[in-house]
Design a protein around this ligand. Sequence first.
Ligand SMILES: [Fe+2]
Length: 216
Amino acid sequence: MNRNDRREFLQKMAAASGVVLFPLWTAGCPAETPKGPTTGPIKSGASMPVPKAKPGDWNAIEFNKKRGNSGAIPKEYLSAINAGGGEMAIGKHLPYIPQENAPDGHVVIAFGKRSAGYPQHPASSDHWFDWIHVAKSGSDKGMMSKFPAWPGTEEQRKQLYVVAGGYDISDIGMEKGKLTVYLAKLPDDVKGGDILRITGHCTKHGEYVNFDEYVY
Ligand SMILES: [Fe+2]
């Protein structure tokens, strides 16, 4: 399903259910390139590697807890990670692909999937995801995108972020930054229906990885 088909599908679903959808990113918007993205591998202090392909028994909470304790998460945050199941502390950092449209060559990424029961990750000038690495599951061809500041200058935020729910980019600070959606570069070997391996680095709380389907 391409972007236009997907939009039409969502509009039909909304019409059928009586739900009003917020306007999605329109095809007429310019495909701007975020500043700073480069290709390259993930640089990490963790001793535990990220699996190239999604394991059949993938458990994002358990994997990130183990990898966090191997060096991917700062020591100061490990007590929250290791308390009980650690679901909320890890869950709000898990990357996923939200239902927002992206400019060509990009994929939208958010952290903390509300529908999975996780708190959405907030953002502030000292607490945001400063890099996101995206690859097709099983592929070495990853793309690294850098987000040097949040919310950044007016020019930066227009190129790096959108706000969930169709709000204007000037509303990025709403709900303590929890509506922030990151525009990450998409590797050119990805097509609709592929599973993506997504790794993000929170400036305060370290690296987290998850897999999600690229539905476009
Ligand atoms: Fe965080």
